[in-house]
Design a protein around this ligand. Sequence first.
Ligand code: MRU
Length: 347
Amino acid sequence: MSLETRPHDTIRAMRWAENRLQLLDQRRLPGEAVWLDCRTAQEVATAIREMVVRGAPAIGITASFGVVLSAMAHAEAPDLPQAMEADLRLLAESRPTAVNLFWALDRMRRVLAARPADPVAALLAEARAIHEEDIAANYRMGELGAALIASGSGVLTHCNTGSLATGGFGTALGVIRQAWGEGRLSRIFADETRPWLQGARLTAWELVQDGIPLDLLVEGAAAALLRTGQVQWVIVGSDRIAANGDVANKIGTYSLAVHARHHGAKFMVVAPSSTVDMNTPDGASIPIETREPAEVLACAGQPVAAAGAGAWNPVFDVTPAELVDAIVTERGVVERPDTAKMRAMMA
Ligand code: MRU
């Protein structure tokens, strides 16, 4: 496997360069494309927490390279796994909702526990495999998801689920890339996605870079858009899918699912199997990250709210399985998900 690209797929947001991880700083897009060097596991954890890199699969891949940096820093330690433990914990604490983070760290821990002769080489090979497998999964999900979309359909997506949020190509945005390439889409709409504006800044940047036209809307316009009948599929990613098919994703996803059902549009969730957490029975058990009120009270660093106002800032919500028409993973498509169907897919 390789970090290959395809038509409408030119962006990669992370790269390993000998002894450091380089991340495209997503806080500065679309204004400037600046690569940030991470030379320690601590720098990687900070980059994840501070949204230099974000999106569930990208967080997992990035953390796995953070483990490589930790092994390099402790290469001389008599007990390497023990010496790396604090770094592994720090990486695990960087963000709570995206289960891909814990899934990737578990894979890296298993490699370490096997006590390979050359731990840095073995961990680097595993991190590279996690990255390449994610791209391959995205290509497969792109094909499976696009096949569900009738020719001439309009789609609406939320947040950023593209190359920036994954190893490359994307989950929901991968389906949209694929469906666009196959000539299936009449129009692509994207929510701006307050407060970090992942839709306006990142999804729009990716699609423009890759020559795919889109129209942005404020979240408040979604119901009105669906009412016009221009959208046949709402397509989103996920940070964690529970065993019963409940889906945690960027705040605002749940209201899109309600609006989609009300207006007769279909709701598709696209995520690799590394996002499925069969140990979490339902959405109520998914830890939901809450971030600083300042993110809501300001926009691009400029205060926008009246001084003295407080803010509630949960950054994910849970869409109940009954509002989901299809979950697409690289293992296949689950329509109208429930625990039995999820179990069968993950078996
Ligand atoms: O807070 P973010 O930007 O990390 O949130 C990202 C999302 O909610 C994405 O939809 C999700 O991680 C899936 S990305 C393929």
